[in-house]
Ligand binder design. Structure first.
Ligand code: FAD
Ligand code: NAD
Length: 402
């Protein structure tokens, strides 16, 4: 009898952890493992705001998949998933097709524009390595053009960021670090460049308490970030964001939208039942009614039984789901009972640039300033370790022992 074929879609946090765990838990005789990803590299989605600001090199935030997954043990296919034909146990790729016995869908997030007019056409998104790199290149090009006299309007130097959630705030934190350096490089006075964060809600970062939020606002304002809170963006034009009832235009030469994310559109195209763009999975991480399909990470909602609400989609959640999905696939193959997923919340930290941040760790301990920034780097390296092992941390890690 041929051995069962496990196909994993996406080599992000959830997908890569699943594959690495499967290779540890199953012998080569027990299952064939296939990993399909758009690129031949994995990128750290949680570092993309740094790539977008230009505070780290894109190559620091990615590594080759074949460096951390043995191609003799796992068949690696670099191709783009178009559709999952659930009824036929088949995945359609851009250039070929693959059949499966067990499927793990871990295709991550895409930026959600909520249908806001002009957003797709005129705003940049922090979505993957290429889209993030484009933002950093664009910002620097604006500075270069201004310096060369090719543009004379000061507004062209403004960087406007829509959304004051984690991504928007971590991004403006990086901008506050890089803008003074770019000003020096291009002989532009710092006061000519505005970094403006635009948030619909009355305040930013709703998941943190008032003290930490006011610390973040004060810290960022002192480094030149302006906030427009309670300003819902209703449209994006080539000149900037339109906000409020009087349709005020907040102008910028670089317009970035960080107003939210949703699950990969492949899910909808493949006929999965969606709730706000993602699949509600059972406690064992399988799709209800689909015995052999797991949906992980930013493509699914997993219910927190204590709160009755789904866990917020994070890298931390995605890596933990990868471990349980691998465990459950092993159980299916060996005809053993499946486990329920239980999230082990290790806390939340948001960076505000290289040496500042805020966070809640160890069930309620608050952190701010340099301690939070240091903790963020430890968390980043821990996640890198989970997907890439010690070599990835040594090559790309952020904590420098000396
Ligand atoms: P991803 O890690 O995004 O991986 C998806 C993979 O699928 C990618 O390799 C992609 O190339 C591939 N793919 C996509 N479409 C296709 C296709 N059609 N065909 C083939 N391959 C495809 N969370 C935290 O816990 N802590 C943080 O500090 C944090 N910081 C963040 C900072 C930013 C700027 C952003 C945007 C998010 C941050 N998050 C953070 C959230 C976290 O990044 C996501 O929750 C996490 O990446 C989800 O993991 P995933 O495995 O579902 O998807
Ligand atoms: P988000 O949904 O968390 O935040 C989006 C923000 O945009 C919200 O504050 C929202 O009020 C605002 N917004 C929405 N529509 C708007 C409009 N029309 N005008 C103005 N503002 C508007 O999205 P995100 O920040 O991209 O985060 C996505 C996910 O990634 C979250 O689950 C988050 O937890 C996770 N993440 C975590 C970290 C971290 O742990 N350090 C960092 C980045 C992202």
């Amino acid at each position: 009898m041929s051995k069962p074929k496990v196909v994993v879609l996406g080599a992000g946090y959830a997908g890569l952890v699943t594959v690495r765990q499967l290779t540890k838990k199953l012998s080569p005789e027990e299952a064939e493992i296939v990993l399909i990803n758009k690129h031949n590299y994995h990128y750290e989605s949680t570092w993309l705001h740094e790539v977008a600001a230009g505070t780290i090199n894109p190559n620091q935030a990615r590594f080759m998949i074949s460096d951390v997954v043995n191609p003799n043990r796992v068949r690696l296919i670099y191709d783009t998933v178009q559709e999952i034909k659930k009824d036929e146990n088949r995945v359609v790729l851009e250039n070929s097709e693959v059949t499966y016995d067990y499927l793990v869908v871990a295709l991550g997030f895409v930026t959600n524009t909520f249908g806001i007019k002009g957003m797709d056409e005129h705003a940049f998104f922090i979505q993957d390595i290429d889209s993030a790199r484009l933002i950093a290149e664009h910002i620097e090009y604006q500075f270069a053009k201004y310096s060369a006299g090719e543009i004379t309007d000061d507004d062209a130097l403004n960087i406007v960021v829509g959304g004051g959630g984690f991504t928007g705030i971590e991004f403006v934190g990086e901008l506050a670090d890089i803008v003074p350096k770019l000003c020096k490089k291009y002989d532009i006075p710092r006061n000519k460049v505005r970094i403006i964060n635009v948030e619909a809600a009355p305040s930013i970062l709703p998941m943190f308490d008032k003290d930490l939020v006011s610390y973040a606002i004060q810290s960022l304002e002192s480094r030149g970030v302006e906030f427009r809170m309670g300003a819902a963006i209703s449209e994006c034009t080539p000149e900037g964001f339109i906000v409020g009832e009087d349709k005020e235009l907040i102008k910028g030469g670089t317009i970035v939208w960080t107003g939210g994310v949703t699950g990969n559109p492949v899910l909808g195209k493949s006929g999965f039942e969606l709730v706000r763009g993602k699949v509600n999975v059972d406690a064992d991480l399988r799709v209800p009614g689909e015995e052999n399909i797991f949906v992980l990470g930013d493509c699914s909602w997993v219910m927190n039984k204590e709160t009755g609400r789904p866990y917020p989609p994070t890298g931390q959640l995605a890596t933990q789901e990868g471990v349980v999905a691998a465990e459950n696939i092993k159980a299916l193959i060996r005809n053993e009972p499946l486990k329920d997923f239980v999230f082990d919340d290790k806390g939340t930290v948001a960076s505000l640039g290289f040496s500042d941040g805020i966070g809640n760790i160890f069930q309620g301990k608050k952190l701010q300033g340099k301690a939070a920034a240091a903790m963020k780097k430890v968390v980043d390296d821990r996640t890198l370790y989970l997907v890439g092992g010690p070599k990835a941390v040594l090559k790309k890690g952020k904590v420098r022992p000396f």
